[in-house]
Design a protein around this ligand. Structure first.
Ligand code: NDP
Length: 297
């Protein structure tokens, strides 16, 4: 019987995970089909309940459901419970296990970004959604001493900081309001800047003006494209990285959780590159209702 793995999001039509995961199943001769399930928040609980049947190996969960799905599974791994976000579900009998492989994906990306330099201790994170939670958890685990989180809706950043309260007790983790002058002064004090908002995903805009960037910065954008932020950062001589590596490695970790087999990384990377050449700029999921535009390379 062909097994099923589904991506649950809203919308999901332009997701890159389908091509990457299906190619990996086919390569390893695993009889499984990766399906895209576009489910509005109100349909989420039914969709998750449907995963308990024997047909399913599991699921990916993406925008906007990563936090909402947490109470709908039976058990959370350490990464999922620490972040309060689930991007991968596996099944043990009728029980569903929630994982967060974005954490592993971010770790690979952070190591690549920093390269041979000493791991910095301070970071500015833009955004406070599911992606930002994986980033902040990764930074805490990495031993960062000061992490400042900016978000358009301050209460969401405050909720994130509260969530990590105990894990971050030894360090300074703060939520700050989204004001350009405050962002500028914090970036001036830091080495790492992470964009975990979806600003730049559907339009060629940057979350910050180019003047706040400098050549000492290491800039990571979770979006899988050369966004305006990354191009502005390149222009001032900063070190930059886009979301491809994180997307690849979160997907590879999910593949292994579903199948118990190592993921064919090169093949999956090739599929992502093909999709990129085709002009898609999405990482995972697009903000509801907004069209995806071609990458401005
Ligand atoms: P969420 O929907 O959970 O969060 C979206 C974030 O973007 C929030 O912080 C939101 O702020 C902010 N935002 C959206 N639009 C605006 C705007 N116009 N102005 C200011 N802030 C805005 O999404 P995720 O956290 O899951 O994903 C965020 C981004 O990260 C996406 O682009 C996604 O593709 C990418 N991502 C990439 C991954 C990868 O593997 N490369 C993995 C996970 C995510 P507010 O709370 O105020 O609405």
């Amino acid at each position: 019987m062909t097994k099923r793995v589904v991506l649950i999001g809203h919308p999901v039509a332009h997701s890159l995970s389908g091509a990457m995961q299906q190619a990996a199943f086919d390569e390893l001769g695993i009889d499984a089909r990766y399906e895209l399930w576009d489910r509005a928040p109100i349909e989420l609980a039914d969709a998750v309940a449907g995963l308990r049947s024997d047909d399913f190996l599991g699921a990916n969960v993406t925008i906007p459901h990563k936090e909402r799905v947490v109470p709908m599974v039976d058990r959370l791994t350490e990464e999922a419970s620490s972040t309060g976000a689930v991007n991968t579900i596996t099944r043990e009998g009728k029980r569903l296990i929630g994982h967060n492989t974005d954490v592993a994906g971010f770790k690979v990306a952070l190591d690549r970004l920093v390269g041979r330099q000493k791991m910095p201790k301070q970071a500015v994170v833009l955004g406070a959604g599911g992606g930002a939670r994986a980033v902040v958890f990764g930074l805490i685990r990495e031993g960062f001493q000061r992490v400042i989180v900016f978000n358009r809706h301050l209460h969401r950043a405050e909720g994130l900081v509260k969530h990590f309260g105990r894990a971050a007790a030894h360090m300074e983790l703060r939520a700050m309001p989204w004001h350009e002058s405050i962002i500028e002064s914090e970036i001036a004090k830091t080495k790492i800047l992470v964009n975990a908002t979806s600003i730049g995903l559907t339009a060629d805009v940057s979350p910050v003006s180019p003047e706040v960037l400098n050549d000492e910065l290491l800039v990571f954008d979770l979006i899988y494209a050369r966004t305006r932020l990354l191009r502005d950062a390149d222009a001032v001589g900063a070190t930059t990285l886009d979301g491809e590596l994180m997307l690849l490695h979160q997907g590879a970790a999910a593949f292994t959780l579903w199948t118990g087999q190592p993921a064919p990384l090169e093949l999956m990377q090739g599929k992502l590159a093909e999709a990129r050449a085709g002009g898609l700029r999405s990482a995972e999921g697009e903000p509801t209702g907004e069209p995806v535009v071609a990458a401005a390379e």
